[in-house]
Design a binder for this molecule. Structure first.
Ligand code: ATP
Length: 130
């Protein structure tokens, strides 16, 4: 079994990261995933509100807030195709905190629920307690 796998994470707007990694962690609607090289192929829809973490072969772990899209594990590696995404270092935590409280508490309003989930994903990616 190889020690690394190829990983690419793209949003509709741009390619966020690609390279060799030793592990990828994320959450699909089917549950939490920890993917190591040689993982069984799968396709899952990303669960709103959670980041994806990539452990590169070289360098620091990368945490990315992903909003909508899919994660696939295939023979050549892992692809994360997100509708929108932000890398932890680019996340403005106080803006996300504001968005979280502004969009709290109305489960009938889909736009607010989605905005609340984006804020949660950003805060979790930034390593904040939520
Ligand atoms: P807000 O209410 O703070 O604008 P939002 O979830 O409604 O949050 P979006 O419409 O999803 O914002 O995003 C608009 C743009 O702003 C996108 O480019 C997104 O990446 C960026 N963005 C939104 N919130 C943050 C944040 N907390 N830190 C960094 N970039 C952000």
């Amino acid at each position: 079994m190889p020690d690394t796998m190829h990983v690419e994470l793209v949003s509709i707007e741009r390619a966020i990261w690609s390279g060799d990694a030793t592990a990828v962690f994320g959450r699909t609607t089917e549950g939490e995933l920890g993917i190591l090289p040689g993982h069984t192929p799968l396709l899952g829809a990303l669960e709103p509100g959670y980041p994806v973490r990539i452990v590169p072969q070289d360098g620091d772990e990368l945490r990315v807030a992903v909003h909508g899209g899919f994660l696939s594990v295939h023979r050549d590696g892992v692809s994360v195709l997100a509708e929108q995404a932000e890398v932890a270092d680019d996340i403005d935590v106080s803006r996300a905190r504001d968005a979280l409280s502004r969009n709290e508490g109305d489960d009938d309003d889909e736009d607010r629920v989605a905005a609340h989930q984006r804020a949660l994903a950003r805060l979790r990616a930034a390593g904040e307690q939520v």
